[in-house]
Write a protein that binds this ligand. Structure first.
Ligand code: ADP
Ligand code: ZN
Length: 361
């Protein structure tokens, strides 16, 4: 199953399916990367023992020369220090302008490898081989980058992949918590733009949670398609694209205040989406029942919706006001009108937000 994402003048395929990694060589070649090119695979220590050798072998059999670089897992690897180490390896491996970088791993590997590809010799070809569900979100939109000690994702670029190769078989080795986190962004895409997709997620929650290949493939495809439609309507991030921040203003504040330890990204935005629905209902913006249904849906995918322990609502609100999307200190929040429909609401009453955070979550 292939979805074609059209952004700017370039179109690239997202190939999704069980076992598609075996077709990597033909697909890379179809993406315009010839077997005379050197390839450089970036992966992490959890993913590489399982998937790196078969991937390399498939490519080498087709004549590609492949080098690799394995980084430690986790957000800490999205750093200037690791970026420099990877670049050093890339230069030592003799990569040139015709070379391509492959990201084999989750969002961390994708963001870092994409930034290496965007900046190595002013930009070389990039191929994503995501191994997490969450990575479906970063495979559309072209945002790549690393963190600075003073803030997340402060150093980055836009660099579209030539190909995204999504082997759903690789998802089966994911820890359960990562599976849940990945579904948070899938659910988000439904809540933003597609009520019938939400119906479908509710109906098939059990088999999706068991990572049924056909259904998970469909969920990834739908999530990517929704995101692609929003991003291509708004490549400069002025209007529509802001809607993708549903749950994220709250979520980023939780992540920052928990120092990225207690909650992962998917968990933080799960709680955030729930709060957004609660605020929306409180101020009469959303129709009744949106909050309850949002919460139930997140629970079906084993996601948390309760207020994180030890956090003060006032502290969360302060961080939210410093969010890079806040304009002039005024809080703009993406709130649901209904299931499958959200809007950016400027000037949400701070008192309402505080009250929503204070009552039972
Ligand atoms: P994401 O932002 O996509 O959740 P990460 O890159 O932080 O991304 O991945 C989450 C964690 O799961 C990391 O510890 C990573 O090493 C691990 N991981 C990624 N893919 C797999 C997989 N297919 N099987 C097992 N562990 C994986
Ligand atoms: Zn997100």
């Amino acid at each position: 199953e292939t979805l074609y994402v059209e952004l700017g003048e370039r179109t690239y395929p997202i190939v999704i399916g069980d076992g598609v990694m075996q077709q990597v060589a033909a697909l890379v070649q179809d993406a315009g990367i010839s077997p005379t090119s050197r390839l450089f695979v970036i992966s992490d220590e959890n993913v590489s023992p399982r998937y790196l050798q078969p991937l390399k072998q498939a490519l080498e059999t087709a004549g590609y020369r492949v080098a690799d670089c394995v980084i430690p897992p986790g957000e800490q690897s999205k750093s200037l220090a690791v970026y420099e180490q990877v670049l050093t390896r890339a230069i030592e491996a003799g990569l040139d302008r015709k070379s391509a970088i492959l990201a084999l791993g989750g969002g961390v590997v994708g963001d870092l490898a994409g930034f290496v590809a965007a900046t190595y010799m002013r930009g070389i070809a990039f191929v994503q081989v995501p191994t997490t569900l969450l990575a479906h979100d970063s495979s559309v939109g072209g945002k790549v980058g690393i963190n600075h000690p003073l803030g997340k994702n402060l150093i980055g670029a836009f660099h579209q992949p030539r190909l995204v190769l999504y082997d759903t078989a690789a998802l089966r080795t994911l820890p359960e918590r990562e599976v849940a986190a990945g579904f948070a962004e899938v659910i988000k895409h439904g809540l933003i733009a597609d009520a019938s997709f939400v119906d479908w997620l509710e109906e098939h929650a059990a088999s999706l949670w068991q990572l049924d290949a056909e259904r998970v493939g469909r969920a990834i495809r739908r999530g990517c398609a929704i995101k692609a439609a929003i991003v291509s309507a708004d490549e400069t991030e002025q209007g529509q694209r802001a809607l993708l921040n549903l749950g994220h203003t709250f979520g980023h504040a939780f992540e920052a205040l928990c120092e990225y330890a207690v909650l992962n990204h998917g968990e933080a935005i799960s709680i955030g989406m729930c709060l957004a629905a609660k605020v929306a209902e409180r101020i009469g913006f959303a129709e009744a029942g949106v909050y309850a249904r949002t919460k139930r849906l997140l629970h079906l995918f084993h996601l948390p919706t309760d207020w994180p322990d030890g956090l003060e609502p006032e502290a969360v609100l302060d961080v939210m006001k410093r969010d890079k999307k806040a304009v002039g200190g005024k809080l703009a929040l993406v709130l649901p009108r209904a299931i499958g429909k959200v809007e950016l609401v400027k000037d949400v009453d701070e008192q309402e937000i505080l009250t929503a955070m204070k009552k039972e979550a």
